[in-house]
Ligand binder design. Structure first.
Ligand code: PLP
Length: 372
């Protein structure tokens, strides 16, 4: 199988698998227990915390481990609302956010939060003038992702944060697809990340919190994670995340250059019949979302069974719903249906990508000959 679905999840780095092993085998102690084993496990988690903090790269904050980025985003949104000062009852977000943000915001709106969902321009980027007009002293939080999961487009998070801060609002950044791939500029107060998008294990994420912007506790119990997120941590998962984070830092330039080369190989191999969805300049280049007139993306996936790629977000793919992100770009149903997403990265080779692109292009060409 050729794996081209790096936005859904990434292959686990061998170094992370190896680093996790002892924490499931020899030392299975509870990291919150006072025994020597427990303290060793706790120390390993603290090393991992520093490694995750380093790959996020922002100053003056703390990392709290969570189960997933979805949990981190729910926490940041719901509990910031709970702690909101009087008079701050508005959340502003963007139409191309992940469901973990949009659905949580909608849930909050049903409970009285004044929610504004801003549209994006045709290239997927937020119009800052529009944001400027919406910002006022009632805004509690602005939630904007850095790299989009379906189309790879980058939002100008530093400028957005500066504008939000001028009216005293907090900024929450979903950096799940950006972590280890693009620099996270200073500005966000809360940042959600996930291990499995950076060659770490599934089932562990984190919320980075700028000092002073910590939301209230997510849950109640043993008081772990600075009293903010109770529950026994998995040393193996945290160490896997930390190791993946360290490798992402060490290999940042190499990975970036590799992805850039893969992008030009893929776009060249596919040829001019495909249109790229989203900005071709302000983007992460390991995400290639493309469409071609007359193609049925779902049928293309079935036709190319031994190539793993997708129609868009893994969470929405099973629902049969057209992608809300492509819709937000102004694509009609037919255009969205003819779109596919190819995601590649560290372990993708030039030859397999070339092979996959040639086969996808041939299958698309064959579809054109079929009766509609
Ligand atoms: N945000 C973005 C942009 C994502 O791509 C994803 C996962 O697909 C998430 C949030 C949710 O991450 P997790 O799988 O850790 O819950």
């Amino acid at each position: 199988m050729i794996y081209l679905d790096y936005q859904a999840t990434t292959p686990v780095a061998p170094e992370a698998i190896e680093a996790m092993r002892p924490w499931n085998e020899e030392n299975f102690a509870n990291p919150h227990s006072p025994s020597r084993w427990g303290r060793e496990a706790d120390a390993a988690i603290e090393v991992a915390r520093k490694q995750v903090d380093k790959v996020i790269g922002l100053k003056g904050g703390n990392v709290a481990f969570t189960g997933t980025a979805t949990e981190a985003l729910n926490w940041a949104l719901k509990v910031t609302v709970e702690k909101a000062p009087n008079g701050r009852n508005r959340i502003i977000t963007v139409a191309t956010e992940h469901a973990a943000v949009l659905d949580t915001c909608t849930w909050l709106a049903e409970r009285g939060i004044d929610l504004t969902i801003l549209p994006v321009q045709r290239d997927g980027i937020l119009d800052l003038e529009l944001l400027y007009r919406e910002l006022d002293e009632r805004v509690l939080l602005v939630a904007v992702m850095l790299v989009n999961n379906e189309i790879g487009v980058l939002q100008p998070i530093d400028a957005i944060a500066e504008m939000a801060h001028k009216v005293g609002a907090l900024i929450l950044c979903d950096a799940v697809q950006a972590l280890g791939r693009c620099e996270i500029a200073e500005g966000p107060d809360l940042v959600a990340v996930s291990a499995h998008k950076i060659h770490g294990p599934k089932g562990v994420g984190a919320l980075w919190m700028k000092k002073g912007s910590e939301p209230a506790p997510f849950n109640h119990g043993g008081g772990q994670e600075q009293g903010l997120r109770s529950g026994t941590l998995s040393p193996a998962l945290c160490v896997g995340f930390g190791t993946a984070a360290k490798i992402a830092c060490d290999r940042a330039t190499r990975d970036f250059d590799h992805v850039l080369k893969l992008w030009s190989i893929a776009t060249r191999a596919l040829g001019p019949d495909w249109i790229i969805n989203g900005s071709t300049r302000h983007r992460y280049f390991g995400n290639l979302n493309i469409r071609r007139d007359g193609v049925d993306g779902a049928r293309l996936i079935a036709d190319c069974r031994d190539i793993a790629f997708s129609l868009g977000s893994a969470c929405a793919s099973g629902s049969g719903r057209p992608s809300h992100i492509l819709k937000a770009l102004g694509l009609d149903y037919r255009q969205a249906r003819s779109s596919i997403r190819l995601g590649f990265g560290r372990y993708t080779t030039r030859d397999e990508l070339l092979d996959a692109c040639e086969r996808i292009a041939a299958a698309a060409h064959a579809q054109e000959k079929l009766p509609a």
